[in-house]
Design a protein around this ligand. Sequence first.
Ligand SMILES: Nc1ncnc2c1ncn2[C@@H]1O[C@H](COP(=O)(O)OP(=O)(O)OP(=O)(O)O)[C@@H](O)[C@H]1O
Ligand SMILES: O=P(O)(O)OC[C@H]1O[C@H](OP(=O)(O)O)[C@H](O)[C@@H]1O
Length: 194
Amino acid sequence: MKGRLIYLIGPSGSGKDSLLDAVRETAAEHGCRVARRVITRSAEARGEAAESISADEFARREAQGDFAMSWYANGLSYGIPRQVDDWLAAGDDVLVNGSRGYLPEARRRYPHLLAVLLSVDDAVLRHRLHARGRESAEEIEARLARNAGFADTLLAGENDDLCHLDNSGSLSETCQRLLRLIEEHRPHPLPDSA
Ligand SMILES: Nc1ncnc2c1ncn2[C@@H]1O[C@H](COP(=O)(O)OP(=O)(O)OP(=O)(O)O)[C@@H](O)[C@H]1O
Ligand SMILES: O=P(O)(O)OC[C@H]1O[C@H](OP(=O)(O)O)[C@H](O)[C@@H]1O
């Protein structure tokens, strides 16, 4: 694969979808595409940029190999269309909204991936989840509780190359920093004589 997978992770509500939407056009100018997720979430759920399908349809697509990556979390199934492998093979970078839980498997499949951990202050996170209004209060508490389980594992051994990006401030500022970060971590091509 010639392109690079940029695997954006972070707590639910940290702003991954907002950030990917906001950088989509500028990223394309830099040869970087943004993947659209497939989720077993109802299409009525607010703030949804992903494709919503039923659990049966998800299982059917997964069985026929439609997903480059897939995972289960928060009571939902998530898939990244296999089209991303074509984009990577063509030399494009690809940005995905990933899962912290799936990171070890993503690393096995894409050893050169760039993992970016988006974070926000705890109080801001809780406020943004409630303001978004997509989940019930109970579901929001379950998502906040899920974060505690990742606090240690994400700082452990094989994750010392994780790039940290704070989204407690304005989204436009975070966009600029993400684009800079992608540029800074671009691998240098080998000289012709190498
Ligand atoms: N920098 C920001 N400033 C203010 N509000 C923001 C910022 N970034 C995101 N938000 C808002 O925070 C809420 C959560 O953002 P978003 O849905 O993008 O998070 P997410 O990480 O994709 O969450 P999930 O993993 O649950 O889908 C949204 O209502 C969004 O508009
Ligand atoms: O908690 P972890 O494993 O990082 O992520 C699990 C999944 O949940 C979130 O999606 P959403 O909040 O349902 O849109 C993430 O984007 C991810 O896909």
